[in-house]
Write a protein of this length. Structure first.
Length: 255
């Protein structure tokens, strides 16, 4: 059985006071699921320090990375520096990076391959726009994002163990409009099949997370689907109480 994950994407939120409140509210008790969080890069060390006191180990990662190791790239953060801070994973291809910062398939592929070469785990995000879904293009869009983003992804086991896919339909991000469990399951199954058939990867053992308006009230239906291995959570991951509830739901489903 694959593990379940709750991964918080804090986006450009959480100051020091709210990070403190998050960890004060957290009650993970006997949670056995993976608990990960991606704060703003500048807070990575702080979050690691605070999480180590929370009695449950957290993987802490970055929301974005440079495709370069070092050099004249003003404002960028390298995988190496993020690792110096203690990051163990990076999101690549989040829809906000694709749309607001115009990150294209080729750039995302470079970022992903660079992160991998530096031994970071990559959470590669894919998802269709509302228009694309309405036009029956969801599978074609997802397949293209996977083929382009994962181009030349190494097929050895170690590299594959560093890959996680997040399916985040753009229309469900921050909108309160969540994909139904059946809609999400259908796409997750398609992603697993595409990884195996078209990319020669071990789709059956690749964690695939759902993201888009996940909250404690809808998590059970989504996370109990066969091909949904967890959630990448924005808004509901900001409060320790909600994060704890999500982790409890995910842990219960692992039993
Ligand atoms: P929300 O959970 O706020 O919809 O955000 C989802 C997301 O973008 C996580 O990466």
């Amino acid at each position: 059985m694959r593990k379940k994950f709750i991964v918080g994407n804090w986006k450009m939120n959480q100051d020091l006071a709210s990070i403190d409140s998050f960890f004060n509210e957290l009650s993970l008790g006997s949670c056995t699921c993976e608990t990960w969080v991606a704060p703003q890069a500048l807070h990575i060390s702080t979050v690691i320090e605070k999480s180590s006191k929370a009695g449950k180990s957290f993987f802490v990662g970055a929301q974005n990375i440079s495709e370069n190791s070092n050099g004249a790239f003003t404002g960028e953060n390298s995988a190496e520096t993020l690792q110096d801070l203690g990051a163990t994973f990076a999101l690549v291809g989040h829809s906000e990076r694709r749309s607001l910062y115009k990150e294209d398939h080729a750039l995302l592929n470079k970022k992903l391959m660079h992160a991998l070469s530096q031994n970071l785990i990559v959470v590669f995000c894919v998802g269709e726009q509302l228009e694309e879904r309405k036009n029956g293009m969801t599978e074609a869009v997802i397949k293209y994002q996977l083929l382009e983003g994962l181009k030349n992804f190494p097929t050895d086991q170690l590299s594959q163990s560093r890959l996680i896919i997040a399916y985040e339909p753009v229309w469900a991000i921050g909108t309160g409009e969540v994909a139904s469990p059946a809609q999400a399951q259908e796409v997750h199954h398609f992603i697993r099949k595409t990884l195996t058939k078209d990319l020669d990867l071990d789709g059956d053992n690749t964690p695939i997370l759902y993201g888009g308006s996940v909250k404690p009230s809808n998590a059970d239906g989504l996370l109990s689907q066969m091909d949904i291995d967890g959630a990448l959570v924005g808004g509901a991951s900001l409060l320790g109480e909600d994060f704890s509830k999500l982790a409890q739901i995910a842990s219960k489903l692992m039993k």
